[in-house]
Design a protein around this ligand. Sequence first.
Ligand code: NAD
Length: 405
Amino acid sequence: MQNPFQNAMAQLDKITKIKDFGEDFILKLRQPDRDIRISIPVKMDDGSIKIFDGYRVEYNNALGPYKGGIRYHKDTEVNEVKALAFWMTLKCAVAGIPMGGGKGGITVDPKELSKAELERLSRGWVRKLSDILGPRKDVPAPDVNTTPEIMAWMSDEYAKITKDETRATFTGKPLDKGGSAGREKATGLGGFYVFDSLREELGLPDKCKIAVQGFGNVGLNAAKIFIENGHSVVAISDSKGGIYNEQGLDIEKLSEHKKKTGSLSDFEGGKNITNEELLETKCDLLVPAAFENVINDKNAHKIASSAILELANGPITPEADEILFEKSIPVIPDILANSGGVTVSYFEWDQNLKGEQWSEKEVYGKLLPMMNDAAKKTYKKAKEYSTDLRRGAFILALERIQEKM
Ligand code: NAD
């Protein structure tokens, strides 16, 4: 399988076949502005020292400060971070926010560290990178396995080193540490708003049966929001496997079950399924909300949903994209579908700089029209170029970045 950055560049290549953006511009977009690799020494609880690999990729800042989350994962490596930083660049442009694209990470399985070790590691990442970070330079946020608490440690470390008290360098902070109301649900909710504004155009029923891969921040919140809005979630999974119920799952009870047993398996209100089965569920909407490359040339022909909403970053490989296109399964692409998260991150940054605190209602009131606008403009671009929504979103983003550059 190709690495995620090769996938991202393959997506870019496809666009150049539809619209000529000029060689110089595309050449510039094939590399990040900066790709920084660090080693972070951490004193472990037993007194020993362990060295961790960390990353920050600053991809493009034509539209504003670099913006993008920090991922903690045992498989995190530079190509993944570069791909995610590239997608962030396009995502901010699609969402219409004045931010550029970046991403960070540490190769670590956070479950293997104590809380104190995790805090020392997180503060260590900031110490190595504080020179390049800042409200007007580079603004990180959470991603897979990084939490508001970790953002609070990082924000605190940054303030200690630089004396910057705006708290606008990190977003996704807890509410009492300068966070924004509504950030936790923002990605799932934004995804729902995008889906809702395209639902009729995509020929989907007003009550959809949905399968969600991922039971974390994005997957779980999205599942709850879809249910609140009259749809049903017939399947959902985490890394160990999933649960299926044709009549719809009770997500609150399933969450309780997971809290008690540590897994989704053997939930009374459904039957156990594997992650492969989840992706092949017959339904109206499939929502990959876990990891990249989960829909690829091996399983794309088995997808049995009427449409896909990509809440994870890069869940569909370029080969699978072609197969789905031939099968006429529309894909609402990640850079549009999950842009609610970065949009509310931008709101948090804006509030920090202005010394304001908006209510959840105000935040969602600002999010809704921005997501609707991004969805409608993407749809229009796809129609204009007789192409799919991913290419429509890429063209919209690239036009905005090119104009600024
Ligand atoms: P998270 O760590 O909260 O949750 C990830 C979920 O995926 C967990 O339930 C985990 O069990 C599951 N998972 C891990 N590996 C899996 C596998 N191989 N198969 C099935 N499930 C697996 O992470 P998150 O914040 O919910 O992010 C999920 C995805 O959404 C990522 O691709 C992330 O980049 C993307 N995303 C997140 C945000 C955000 O605001 N958190 C914003 C935009 C995009």
